[in-house]
Structure formats: C-alpha cells, structure tokens
Design a protein around this ligand. Structure first.
Ligand code: URA
Length: 269
C-alpha cells in the first residue's frame, strides 16, 4: 500500500478550498530538514550522473598507451565542462613523460612557464622535480608527469602570476586524470602538494597530515608529498627536503627500485 504523503494531504486540503495552513516552529524545522536532504540528494545524483557521462565521453581511442594519451589530449582541448567555466586560459598543457611508466607524478595545474612550453613542470619547479627524479635514479622518460587541470587557471590582468585551481576547476578536469591512470596503469602515484592531494582525495587535510601513509586513488597506491615549488621556497633548510626524500624512498621501495646506502643518507643533517 502506498502511504499518503504530506503533499497528498496538502493537495486534499486545497481541493477542499483551504489556501493556507498554519505551521509551528517544529513543523518548520522538519520541512527545512526534508528540503535540505532532498536538495543534497539531487546534487549527489546530478554530480554522479555528470561524472559517469564524463567518463563515458572521454574513452580514448588508439592501440598503444601513447596513442590513447594523445587521443585524450585531443578531447581535452574542447572539453566543455572545463571550458564552460570560463575561468581557465586557452592553451592546453596535457602531460609529459612515458605513458607506460610505473611511476606517475601529479601536480595541480600548469603555470606561466608550463603554458609557454606546453609541458607540465618546466622552469625552476620542473628543474626541482627533475632533481628529485635524478636522485631516485630516474629520468623524465621513466615517469609519467601530469596535472589535475589541463589549463592554467586565469586571473584578471594576468601576466606571469599563477593561482591555484578551485575545487570546481579540479572536479571538471579530474575525469581526464582518471582516464590517464586507466591507460598508464602506474604502480604508484604521487600527489604533489596540498591542493593536488585535496583534489584527488576529496580531503581538506594538509600535506603534513596526509604524508607518511599510503592512500588509494582509482585502486592505485598513492603517496602525498610537498610540492617542488614549496621546496624552492625552503632552500636554506634541509628539513623539508629530507621529508620529501623520505617519501621518495618509500615510493622507491614500493616500486622495487634499488636503493644505495648513499641514497638512504641524502639530506640527513
Ligand atoms: N605546478 C604544478 O602543479 N604543475 C605544473 O605543471 C607546474 C607547476
């Protein structure tokens, strides 16, 4: 039997010619709660539907991982959910490195230098990242390097200044990163910086709170560490460098990479 709802009851009253009902504070609170719950459910349903359609819409074509990544990049150029925000700049910066690598590094969004070269992590921040990879015994070609956002977040009268992407900008871009992960199938992902980690893990926590433990993203082990640009601002001390290096040693162990005694001692006081 279908239970009569509040709405049925109100319709019934209206049919009888009643145009107003009195409600007390308690009833008002119940209605407010029902309305809030209904709105939240509709938002979740809409977001899931959009995420699902995003995922379906960006199925890459091609037979090799490199071809599939190239096909994703073509789709990203005109990706309406991101483009229609109107808050990104025009030049796309997709990814760099090897689409068959075991190790994937993810940043938040390209900046001025990246936009100029159409490549993630170039300029001083990129040089710092290359140093970290070199210390691990890896080159850029032995890793896959990407960003959550594929366009540089815009600001008013923008020159060389960059800004962090918003939650919305990251959410509309995330389907691409997920599709990249499906193609590359890395053994380990590292999220660089708090903004990236928050975008991927849906968390508000800091790098200090998120590093030192394994997380999962798309079923892949994920580690969080400080962004290389943060290290550039900490040049004088060894403390933060050592923390990043400890994160990288943990990642190297997970990847089964050889680690020398010299490497174990890097950045120790
Ligand atoms: N910072 C990022 O997060 N990504 C880049 O590509 C460059 C700087």
């Amino acid at each position: 039997m279908v239970k009569p709802t509040l709405l049925d009851y109100l319709h019934q009253l209206r049919r009888k010619g009643v145009t107003h009902v009195e409600i007390d504070d308690q009833a008002r609170a119940v209605l407010r709660e029902l309305y809030t719950r209904g709105t939240a459910l509709r938002t979740v349903a809409k977001t899931s539907a959009t995420a699902e359609s995003n995922r379906t819409a960006i199925l890459a074509t091609g037979s090799t991982p490199a071809e599939k990544i190239a096909s994703l990049a073509t789709i990203a150029e005109t990706w309406q959910p991101a483009r229609s925000l109107g808050s990104f700049r025009d030049t796309m910066v997709f990814s760099a490195g090897n689409p068959e690598a075991d190790f994937m590094l993810v940043g938040e969004a390209p900046g001025y230098q990246e936009e100029q070269k159409k490549e993630p992590f170039v300029g001083p921040t990129g040089a710092k990242l290359d140093q970290i990879l070199k210390a691990m015994g890896l080159s850029r070609d032995q890793a896959y390097i990407s960003n959550v956002c594929k366009f540089r977040p815009a600001t008013k009268n923008q020159t060389t200044n960059n800004r962090k992407p918003s939650h919305e900008e990251m959410a509309t871009s995330l389907p691409f990163l997920k599709a990249e992960i499906d193609i590359v199938k890395p053994k380990v992902i590292v999220a660089l910086g708090a903004c990236t980690a928050q975008g991927l893990l849906g968390s508000e926590k800091t790098v200090g709170q998120l590093r030192e433990s394994w997380h999962q993203f798309q079923g892949i082990p994920l580690r969080v560490t400080y962004h290389p640009s943060y290290l550039l601002r900490q040049e004088e001390g060894l403390g933060e460098k050592r923390k990043v290096w400890e994160d990288m040693l943990t990642i190297m162990e997970k990847l089964g990479l050889p680690i020398s005694e010299k490497q174990r001692g890097f950045f120790k006081k």
